[in-house]
Design a binder for this molecule. Sequence first.
Ligand SMILES: [Zn+2]
Ligand SMILES: [Zn+2]
Length: 441
Amino acid sequence: MFVCPNCGGNLKFDIPSQQLSCEYCQTQADPYAFDDKAEGSFEKLDYEVTVFSCPQCGGEIVSTDTSAAEFCTFCGASTILHSRLRNEKRPKYIIPFKQTKEDCKKAYSAMMKKAIFAPDVLKNPKYIDSFRGIYMPYWAFHVTQQSPFSLNATRSKRRGDYIITDHFDLKGNIDAYYKGLSYDASSSFDDSISQKIAPYDVKGMKAFTPAFLSGFYADTADVPAEEYQNQAENTAAENSIQKIYGTPAFSGMEISGSLGPDALNTQTKEVDSTMFPVWFMSYRNGGRVAYATVNGQTGKVVTDLPVDVRKYVTGSLLLAVPVFILLNLLFTLMPSTLLIITTILAAISMIIYFCELGTVKKKEKLENKKTDLGLITAITALVLGIGITILQPVSDVFYYGGAIISLCAVFCTIRDIIHYYNILSTRRLPQFDRTGGDDNA
Ligand SMILES: [Zn+2]
Ligand SMILES: [Zn+2]
């Protein structure tokens, strides 16, 4: 806790002013003024935090505040988190929050307005208020390239009946510096989210001091930097190679020979631990959880979007009825044509169903426990539709009956498709098996 010099209240980091501000008397203070790093002649490597851990999933977040945390961000459980003190390694840099909670709620709500089939709870203001500011640990790689390079190239032009080809020996020197190629250093923060929520502008990085965390939480770094070194160097190399090939003087040339990270003398000069700001919210439904995140620097929204089956079916029916009536007014559909159309629709929905089931199985390693209702009706509809079309019974009743069954099949299959879509757009409840003990014990 950071104590107000004026009234003794709690100072929290205030986003608009980028200063510490007192909750009671609005006194402002410089975050760096509270750093005891300057005292003592040696560099302080640790700082004290309260560790909050979830009794349900084992997820951990830390804070410089001691007030109780009442829900878990990772699994969405509402439960008082266990707390204890621990010393954490200081990151070197931090990008302080630029987007306030109000900005974040506005950006999220604007996005959800377009998500008409999302469950209502995701748009409920009370729920949206549960956005929590969390600093996520990242590794920032500083990569250099200093090396001569050479490539072969040709350029051809046509003159009359001749094609004239010039050969070139392209030589150059590369001197590149990549500052702050960043990679998510926390195993509890899904890499798929951290990639989508990027980029962060590393020009906003400031020297870390614990006071920036006041009023916020932080996740801890538990993935070693080495894990990302190759990736960072390859990214730098790819980018430079593209730049070299795209040089205006080389335009129209057919360049042969290739450059790799080694040819450019790509080297990681330094890796810094940093913290980047994320507004984070979780929605728990049964055994699944969905995350909504907002980049705390740029305001970019990345969210899992489950679909409410009831809303979707109502919406599609409301749309299908007028379309159907319109079709009937424009073209007089023969009962046999109608049956063919609906049978084709049933077949299409079945194909989509199987494609999606395949993706879900790949992602979740699901076993096929039961056959879905949609699938049974779809197969029945297909057999009936084809059978009736081949047999060509005299009475129209058969065609209409077949068409109705096919449409039912389409709806049942769509319901199952949404069910699987929701599995894809949400996550399993996390289970962190951190063994508890202090890292530096
Ligand atoms: Zn005060
Ligand atoms: Zn939890």
